[in-house]
Design a protein around this ligand. Structure first.
Ligand code: ADP
Ligand code: ZN
Length: 763
């Protein structure tokens, strides 16, 4: 039997089909290809008209592609009717994408200048799985029960005959259960399928297929105390937001709460309030690794009315969670950015936690920003959006200062502890006194030792993985670079490799220069592997672990490592920005930051913002329990304003300096920005195409600025040369129109140009 009917026919369906059928034979289909507009197709005579939001198989050139119907009542088509092809197949009988989600996906395609099929693909059902998992379930019948009783009372009855030991075992197992058992479990207990079939034939057992949910493993426990008393700050904030929520209108609130101020508790209470009002809730977190913590808080309250949506789930789990959400069996969806397209109706509240986080931006097509799509979804649904952060993005904070968003502040930690004190170590002095080989300052080493003696924990951040960031040859003065990308190869001691972090290229580690075979090679720049080794060396008694993309590649590895840290099986956790976010470990009283300025060297207008956020967030992991926290920040630029303000935990101070810089340099949020990257086989070809693009942009410009073409900061990537053109404008809509028109005039270049609206990074 084929499991899982995905298609549910409704009673009115036949009548509706009849009406649709008379109206039109043409439909518009968005296909997941880089085409800015949907394609027209004909519905063959005698076929019902597919619904808007259902999937159809259509021919595109020589291929057959699954697309989504965006319009099914097309009266005339722009081209010769005879040139229009027939659809090949109707995949669904019903609309899988609802009108609300369709509207959002079409808006996103338009706004981000990509294909409607590309955003609808993100909004559609997860691929790979075609149905719910159905398992055969068995229950004992009253006849079976009576028979078993008779058997037990004494000998076989003549009327019904006897049964074999396996049939008897099956009946004895089933008689004790209320709702029966699934086949896999019965088989495990020694009852084969044939036995069950014989019992069914005799009327002793009843069998049926039941839906079995594949629940994500990160289900979360029940450790949350839902009865805890809110602090006075939390109460005031919750009361205000609850009132706004009950007004049921579009509203954006920026919740600027210092680290450890209890923002999650506010999200939870607000979600409960929404459920009470009959509204549904979306909670976005920036990374998969942050979902378990959120789910742990929400699961005890919402149980199975909570679904999880992110790409870390297995195909089966994703299928089930998505379809359960769509079926209305769920009130709260927790997920990463793609969950903003979750098939949830009647959304009244959207929470975007850590709204400043760069991970909300998808760095591949469709290049949408989860937070910004969230705001649009809320606008379309008339919902409340809560953007939460200890370090709001410049974008959101400037909206708040202009009164467009409501600004809500939580200025105190739950525990009443002050924010951690931050000590800055000027590494130039440390080097002068102790030589350039120094990695950990004396202050940091003694700090770590002190914490370990007291049974407390330490986090050490260095936002660069690997052992060393480059190999430099003193004989030929060259650096070992990636043959495909304009970056140096990173040394990974553990794997004994030199590796490119952009394209994956690697070669074995060698003691000689790869160019001249010279013997005097020097490792420059440090990474997390090196820090791990240095901590082990300086504090031999410490239990040290490392968390970066190299150590947590396996599914579930992040939660496993964090759980060990939580159980105090690890004293010092070394890692990249992964360890800086969201986590709440009350025993951590010291956070060390090595090379705090690492991100400032990156040619990107957000370099200071990123640095400030990272330092503030990671320092915020310290002192979240009873003991006060401390952070030790090692840097070569103690006077840089992002480091200075982060060390004083002074968001406003940073905002003032940074917004002045953005205005002076004409960068967002003082205006809108589009980053256009032109790829080419040679630099010359890319520059020529870039010049054509820039010329078209200038032709369509009114008050917009066009900069370039110029080689991009990351000049070569995966074997291609990259050239950049930046377009800036004070009027967002006009800027997008200009870009759209220019691209429309250069169809030949379409495939070579990457368009990034509101880029988060301009490398
Ligand atoms: P933030 O997200 O603002 O950094 P969290 O939401 O992680 O802060 O809260 C910090 C800690 O305080 C968490 O352990 C949380 O469970 C706890 N907490 C939050 N609100 C309360 C409360 N009202 N009473 C006691 N503990 C609370
Ligand atoms: Zn490379």
């Amino acid at each position: 039997m084929k499991p899982g009917p995905r298609v549910h026919r409704t009673p009115q369906r036949a009548a509706e089909v009849a009406i649709l059928f008379c109206m039109s034979r043409f439909i518009q289909v968005a296909v997941p290809l880089p085409l800015r507009h949907p394609l027209s197709y004909r519905v063959p005579d005698g076929w019902p008209v597919p619904r808007v939001g259902s999937r159809v198989l259509v021919p595109v050139g020589p291929r057959a592609v699954t697309g989504c119907v965006v319009e099914n009542n097309v009266r005339s088509v722009p081209v010769d009717e005879d040139a229009i092809k027939d659809i090949l197949k109707q995949v669904d009988d019903e609309a899988l994408v609802s009108p609300t989600v369709m509207k959002l996906a079409l808006w996103a395609a338009d706004y981000y200048l990509c294909g409607p099929g590309q955003t609808l693909e993100a909004a559609g059902p997860p691929g790979g799985q075609s149905g719910f998992r159905m398992v055969r379930h068995f229950e004992i019948t009253s006849v079976g029960r009576a028979f078993l009783a008779e058997q037990t009372l004494g000998g076989a009855s003549k009327r019904t005959g006897t049964i074999g030991p396996r049939q008897r075992l099956a009946l004895e197992t089933l008689v004790d259960t209320k709702v029966g058992l699934g086949q896999p479990l019965l088989v495990k207990r020694g009852v084969p399928a044939a036995t069950l079939n014989r019992l069914i034939a005799r009327g002793f057992v009843r069998g049926e297929h039941r839906r079995v949910m594949r629940h994500p493993s990160e289900e979360g426990g029940t450790e949350h105390q839902s009865s805890r008393i809110l602090t006075s700050e939390q109460s005031v904030v919750l009361a205000g937001l609850s009132a706004t929520l009950s007004n049921k209108g579009f509203h954006v609130a920026l919740l600027h709460g210092v680290t450890g101020s209890g923002k999650t508790e506010i999200y939870l209470r607000l979600a409960v309030e929404a459920q009470r009002l009959g509204l549904r809730v979306l909670v976005l977190v920036p990374e998969i690794g942050l979902t378990p913590a959120m789910v742990r808080v929400f699961r005890p309250v919402f149980g199975t009315r909570l679904a999880i949506q992110h790409s870390g789930l297995s195909a089966g789990e994703r299928h089930d969670q998505w379809h359960q959400t769509r079926a209305g069996e769920v009130d709260v969806v927790v997920g990463t950015r793609s969950a903003i397209f979750a098939p949830l109706e009647n959304v009244g509240l959207i929470v975007v936690d850590e709204e400043h986080d760069a991970s909300y931006k998808q760095e591949e097509i469709p290049r949408y920003h989860g937070r910004d799509v969230a705001i649009m979804r809320a606008k379309q649904a008339g919902a409340l959006v809560v953007l939460g952060s200890a370090t709001p993005s410049l974008e959101s904070y400037s909206q708040a200062t202009r009164g467009r968003y409501e600004l809500i502040t939580l200025s105190k930690r739950i525990t009443g502890q002050p924010l951690p004190t931050v000590k800055i170590v000027d590494m130039r002095e440390e080097y002068r006194e102790r030589g350039h080989e120094i990695v950990l300052s004396r202050l940091l080493v003694t700090g770590i030792e002190r914490r370990i003696c007291k049974g407390e924990q330490v986090i050490v951040l260095l936002n660069r993985r690997g052992f060393a960031s480059a190999v430099f040859c003193r004989e030929c003065a060259s650096t070992a670079n990636c043959p495909n990308c304009s970056v140096s190869l990173t040394v990974h001691q553990v794997k004994r490799r030199m590796q490119c972090h952009y394209c994956g290229y690697w070669r074995s580690l060698s003691a000689h220069c790869v160019l001249c075979q010279g013997e005097y090679v020097e490792l420059t720049g440090i990474g997390t592997e090196r820090i791990e080794r240095e901590v082990r060396r300086s504090c031999p008694e410490a239990r040290v672990a490392r968390m970066d993309r190299d150590t947590v590649a396996r599914r579930g590895a992040v939660s496993a490592l964090l759980a060990r840290f939580g159980r105090l099986e690890i004293d010092v956790l070394v890692g990249t920005q992964m360890i800086a976010k969201g986590h709440d470990f009350p025993q951590v009283t010291l956070v060390g930051v090595v090379s705090a300025d690492i991100g400032l060297g990156i040619a990107d207008f957000r370099a200071s913002e990123r640095t400030f956020q990272l330092l503030t967030q990671v320092a915020g992991r310290s002192g979240r329990g009873k003991e006060p926290g401390e952070a030790i920040v090692q840097t070569l630029y103690p006077d840089h304003y992002s480091i200075y303000h982060a060390s004083h935990q002074d968001y406003q101070g940073f905002y003032r300096d940074e917004i002045a810089f953005r205005k002076a340099m004409r960068y967002p949020p003082s205006l809108a920005l589009v980053n256009l990257i032109i790829r080419g086989r040679t630099l010359g070809a890319a520059m020529r195409d870039g010049a054509l693009l820039a010329e078209q942009l200038r032709r369509h410009a009114q008050d917009e600025w066009v900069l370039g073409p110029a080689p991009a900061a990351l000049g070569r990537l995966k074997g291609e040369h990259r050239v950049q053109v930046l377009a800036k404008g004070t009027h967002r809509g006009r800027l997008r129109e200009m870009v759209d028109s220019a691209l429309g005039a250069l169809p030949r270049l379409g495939r070579l140009i990457t368009v990034d609206i509101d880029p988060v990074s301009v490398r």
